[in-house]
Design a protein around this ligand. Structure first.
Ligand code: TRP
Length: 439
């Protein structure tokens, strides 16, 4: 289950979202701030979710009700279920793009000059049907794994996919860093320029940390309900955060050196992976065409695997909830979640250009859902979870979870309590107030 948790954390958030957000926010400085959030807020908040989930051993909404004794906290569970369902909806669209690019890489469709590659993306993503078909196919794949249940579906999938993912990533990092001119990309990644840091940078770095760690929407709480009582929660949280940060940095090392080597802008936004990389592969490996072909197939296979281990975790939150709360079979619960996500996915996909007017505040629905969930719902969910564990849960339960019923020394207990009572909630609140212009 720990591997599955790492699989949930490592996903498009690391490989698609992290590089383009870092690219837009000046590179190294953003990465440092993001890492600070991951370890200062992320790890304690993650342990807090583990505590709620493992002590209650049930779905997100009921977990907060059972151990808190008050229905007010159930809201935290509902926020999580809402956030994860919305995220799964738009995430399936991006994952569907990965499937299309995997297909295109195999048949050699996406190789051409930069204008062609850019046109390819905008034409494909604004088509009405094709991207929707891929998104629905991806959602259905997720559905199949989740329906098979935790032991047979999720654990087996994670066991196979995580190591494969790591190996693929390493191959690509080596390929990218050995390109002529790659050093500029490495400098961009590791030399912070704090003059580029604004309030929004902080806000984005926090959103990215929550999104990437799968935090704030009871995903970890749901997974922790399947943890064994022997699992060391603090150590597990630290391990997941380290793996997640490592994969994000490796993804940066894979994308930026190659991008700089062929003169692609690092701040090209959500399309960074999809518009620039095929171009990068094509140009960088043009003298050895077979290698370029193989590498691009590997890359999109990697992206698809990473996305699948994450979508499984998002799907599981809602499925466990419907299955347990409405007393349906697991299969029926899974279908309901798949159906709702399909609607959100179709709308997000159509907002990419096929249908005009699917916008909120000037952003297309996909971007809106992304920002709204990662920057608002997840930090709010994370803050409530910290407050809940810090102030509301019986101290005995929290202590038992941190010390595995007294079998571990309680070294982290005191620090953890200070973190979830004061440090995390006030950090999150300050950033919210700062972003909204109040302080
Ligand atoms: N963390 C995953 C990624 O980096 C995405 C993800 C999976 C997620 N489960 C989540 C994000 C729950 C928020 C909440 O791609």
């Amino acid at each position: 289950m720990i591997l599955a948790t790492a699989g949930s954390a490592v996903g498009l958030g690391n490989i698609w979202r992290f590089p383009y957000t870092a690219g837009e926010n000046g590179g190294a400085a953003f990465i440092l701030i993001n890492l600070a959030f991951v370890f200062l807020i992320g790890v304690p908040a993650m342990v807090a979710e583990f505590v709620v989930g493992r002590s209650a051993r049930t779905n997100a909404a009921r977990a907060y009700r059972t151990s808190g004794g008050s229905s007010v906290w159930t809201v935290t569970g509902y926020i999580g279920i809402l956030a994860s369902t919305i995220i799964l909806g738009f995430y399936s669209v991006v994952a569907g793009w990965c499937l299309q690019y995997l297909y295109a890489a195999i048949v050699g469709d996406v190789t051409g000059d930069s204008a062609y590659v850019a046109r390819y993306f905008s034409e494909f993503s604004s088509k009405p049907f094709l991207p929707i078909c891929w998104a629905l196919l991806f959602l259905f794949l997720t559905h199949l794994v989740v329906r098979r249940g935790v032991r047979h579906g999720i654990e087996r999938a994670a066991k196979l996919m995580m190591p494969a993912l790591f190996v693929l990533l390493l191959i690509l990092v080596i390929a990218s860093c050995s390109l002529p001119g790659a050093s500029e990309g490495i400098t961009f990644l590791f030399h912070p320029d704090f003059s580029k840091v604004t309030t929004t940078t902080l806000f984005e770095a926090m959103g990215q940390a929550f999104f990437s760690l799968s935090l704030g929407c009871c995903c970890l709480c749901t997974y922790a309900s399947y943890f064994s009582r022997k699992e060391h929660l603090v150590r597990s949280a630290a391990q997941v955060a380290i793996i997640d940060a490592l994969v994000a940095i490796l993804a940066g090392l894979m994308i930026f050196p190659a991008a700089f080597a062929v003169g692609v802008q690092p701040d090209s936004g959500p399309s960074l992976v999809f518009i620039t990389l095929p171009n990068v592969f094509h140009q960088a490996f043009s003298s050895v065409p077979v290698v370029g072909h193989v590498i691009s197939i590997l890359f999109y296979a990697l992206l698809t695997l990473a996305a699948l281990t994450s979508t499984i975790s998002m799907h599981e939150i809602g499925t466990a909830f419907v299955h347990e709360e409405f007393k349906t079979t697991r299969g029926k619960g899974a279908w309901i979640i798949t159906g709702v996500c399909a609607v959100i996915g179709v709308l997000s996909s159509l907002s990419m250009g096929a249908v005009d007017g699917l916008t909120v505040g000037g952003k297309n629905l996909l971007d809106f859902f992304d920002d709204f969930t990662s920057q608002i719902l997840l930090p709010v969910g994370g803050m409530l979870t910290c407050l809940y564990v810090g102030w509301r849960m019986p101290k005995k339960v929290v202590r038992n979870e941190l010390t595995n019923d007294g079998t571990l020394h309680g070294r982290f207990y005191g620090i953890f309590l200070v973190a979830v009572r004061y440090v995390c909630p006030s950090f999150i609140l300050i950033i919210f107030l700062h972003q909204s212009g109040l302080i």
